[in-house]
Design a protein around this ligand. Structure first.
Ligand code: FE2
Length: 126
């Protein structure tokens, strides 16, 4: 069974979907089961992926990553950043050339998980 807020990936076409209402036993794309993404939490790569959250302007600024900015070029960039609270999923959609960061009108203390998806290195959370 799928679960609310899970993210699935199609290895064939690159489709990425987020579950908004659980129920299906599995998700299928391009005739094959989609892969449930499990977020990584620790970086061992040169590019930093773990979201870094700081309080700013009555909200939070989420940066990818803390000291070195993740690349934002056509072949390698952060596609989206999400902040999850008890009853909200806030998502910023990014594109090549943007800064790898997003501001959300959310109290830091309300955040359960912050996550991002890199088109090369997959899903990461903090
Ligand atoms: Fe990356």
């Amino acid at each position: 069974m799928t679960e609310l807020r899970e993210i699935y990936y199609c290895e064939i076409c690159g489709n990425v979907v987020e579950v908004l209402n659980e129920g299906a036993p599995s998700l299928v794309c391009c005739g094959k089961p989609m892969i449930k993404l499990v977020a990584k939490k620790e970086d061992s790569t040169v590019e930093k992926h773990v979201p870094y959250v700081e309080e700013k302007d009555n909200g939070v600024l989420v940066k990818i990553g803390q000291n070195a900015a993740h690349p934002m070029v056509e072949k390698h960039y952060i596609k989206f950043i999400e902040v999850l609270t008890k009853d909200k999923v806030c998502r910023a959609e990014l594109k090549p050339g943007d800064d790898p960061e997003a501001w959300f009108p959310i109290k830091k203390s309300d955040i359960i998980v912050t996550r991002e998806w890199c088109n090369v290195h997959g899903l990461w959370e903090s």
